[in-house]
Design a protein around this ligand. Sequence first.
Ligand code: AMP
Ligand code: GLY
Length: 424
Amino acid sequence: MNILLLGSGGREHALARKISSSALCTCLYIAPGNPGTAQHGSNINISVNDFEAIKNFCLLESIGMVVVGPEDPLVNGIYDFFMQDESLQPIHVIGPSKQAALLEGSKAFAKEFMIRHQIPTAAYREFTKDNFGEGIEYLQQHTLPIVLKADGLAAGKGVVIAESHEEAITNFTEMLQQQKFGEASSKVVVEEFLTGIECSVFVLTDGKNYKILPTAKDYKRIGEGDKGLNTGGMGAVSPVPFADDAFMQKVEEEIIMPTIKGIQKDGLEYKGFVFIGLIKVGDDPFVIEYNCRMGDPETEVVMPRLESDLVESLAALKNQELNRFDCLHSDKHAATVMLVSKGYPEDYEKGKVIYGADEIKDSIVFHAGTKIQDEVLQTNGGRVIAITTLANSLQEALQTSKQNAERIQFEGKYYRKDIGWEFV
Ligand code: AMP
Ligand code: GLY
């Protein structure tokens, strides 16, 4: 089967590496891809949201499966676009329908889903311009801190944790009255703050059956000690030591099963990855968010630990036959450390020459924001390279990734040296 993978980050490099290792994959194409994905297939210069160009390419190259990396095309309805076009219907799109992708695309939709299906999550209220005044009153009497979330996609920036009522009211007003996040903040979810430790659970579902992929924890803040601005993710570990069998049993019974049943009951079309952001409060899991895709950099530790054939499982989604396949996890520990550009997550420069990336032997070098220009590997984004190591212990995996983080050089390189700090 010929496969088209959409996206261009470290997540897509990790997916490309896994997909291309399958005997079921004949030709792998990545749109638009990066120099890392090009090691495993052919990059094609098509944007992930250009559905017409994707259609033409799929028909031209007899694509049998489209794997969607980022959320944008899913929230924009790429699944429905394929289903509604007779010539594209035989092509299997991995991901939810536009309606089901609202689990990520609308925080209010996700909260209503969780309440309807009794899935543990923080208590909340939602507000628009129409009940703005009521919202202000609600905020004034709310216990601190207060979590404010723009309803729509806001490139990972739409969540504010306000430490004072003033800060909450200012942000609430900016979101609703000044469109701080554009259309995405025309509705705001105000949520109770949960205290605990976070982790991510990834599930593959055909809408009826599910398989649980390895757990992961990412490190979102730019600074060591989890301080400073939020980023796309500075590193990740898998498995998550505190997500032991007892905790995962609760997660499966209280969250995963009701989520999959809820998808069925609500008649949502969902054949793809569900990324469940969890927080462990005491011994109990609560859902912080759903995403309708894999995480980045979590994929860079999850895929290397997945021993089963991913393409076989993905192919089983179409006819809801996922129950026939195993999902085997490696006993090894994986850690990834992200090398980022100076200034990230704010303004940064691109085009810095990268040295040493080809010389790493004991880690996997996943390209995120890189490009080849004038035959030279250069930086091309905030997050540049994820260095993943598989080892017998988390400590060893982290140590090797950090050693290799020193070996790869580019001007302004920064990385967190404390990934996994609470576990070693
Ligand atoms: P989200 O974009 O929903 O993942 O939120 C971004 C981050 O905000 C999460 O990773 C959490 O660290 C934090 N967060 C979101 N909701 C809550 C909550 N109800 N309580 C505590 N922290 C939260
Ligand atoms: N690392 C978090 C995300 O992919 O949303």
